[in-house]
Design a protein around this ligand. Sequence first.
Ligand code: ATP
Ligand code: MG
Length: 308
Amino acid sequence: MNVLPTPLALPGWSHTYSGKVRDLYVPEGTDAATSPYLLVVASNRVSAFDFVLEPPIPGKGALLTALSNWWFSRIPLANHLAIGEGSPAVPEAVADRAVVSRRLEMYPVECVVRGALTGSGFVEYQQTGAVCGIELPAGLNDGDQLEEPIYTPAYKAPFGEHDENITFERSAELVGQDVAEALRDASLKIFTEARDLAAERGVVLADTKFEFGKDPVTGELVLADEVLTSDSSRYWDASTYFDETLSGAERLASFDKQIVRNWLAANWDKQGVPPVLPAEIVEQTYARYRELYVRLTGEEPAFAPSAQ
Ligand code: ATP
Ligand code: MG
């Protein structure tokens, strides 16, 4: 991975961590291990093939934040958003693309659910006939929908390392049997409901990843991170997915970074640092993120693309 840009200075907040796409802050004077709150800022950075690309996609952070918040409001499960009494406000400078959340003790398990077989799941299936220990019928092709969604957890590797697919049993060793079952059951339930809702709107939710944490005070299981965004999920357009006349790659063009990935595949030999994205690729990528938001929510985004 390449070097991340210097995080924005936000008055009243101290920067504690940056992933490829998001920057985390805690209220000034508190520390990352004990602070009750966490500010999760979605940048406009876009990553592909493990590189953060240049330039950022203006408006992407706001679209993903709005989509995640929209899903949170529809999921009948405790979530990490800290709204109201006592909780600090989102700073003006990142108003559209940040949330204040309760800081949780995160479980080191990425709760992946797959309704279709593709990506790393398909690779594992080709090698072993199973994904994360779940045996699947022979003869499945890349992108095939599964009879029932499957829960295929991954161990959340420390920063910079690759996450590793694990079995349910291994997840139970990591977090305990009861929590592992609760993570699995909640993940499958949320996925199934979200998949059905997306389908009504002409979108195939192929797979997604949830993260959960424990409230350090109450011990409650809480849905955290971002939910069902195009960065954490693979969405396909139903009109192309079900079009048998198209090639596999066209059918399975994901509803987000496919434009970036295709352009890079054609313009970069994967040696050294990736080239700078041309303006039309930036625009098309934003349009694609925006289209997903409009399709799913049925609303135009309430903000303009911003350069932040
Ligand atoms: P990658 O760039 O591969 O996604 P990453 O997951 O480390 O790496 P981010 O997703 O940008 O990077 O970082 C968000 C981090 O914040 C994750 O480690 C996530 O587990 C953590 N997190 C999300 N919500 C909460 C919360 N409510 N309390 C504590 N930590 C949280
Ligand atoms: Mg992450």
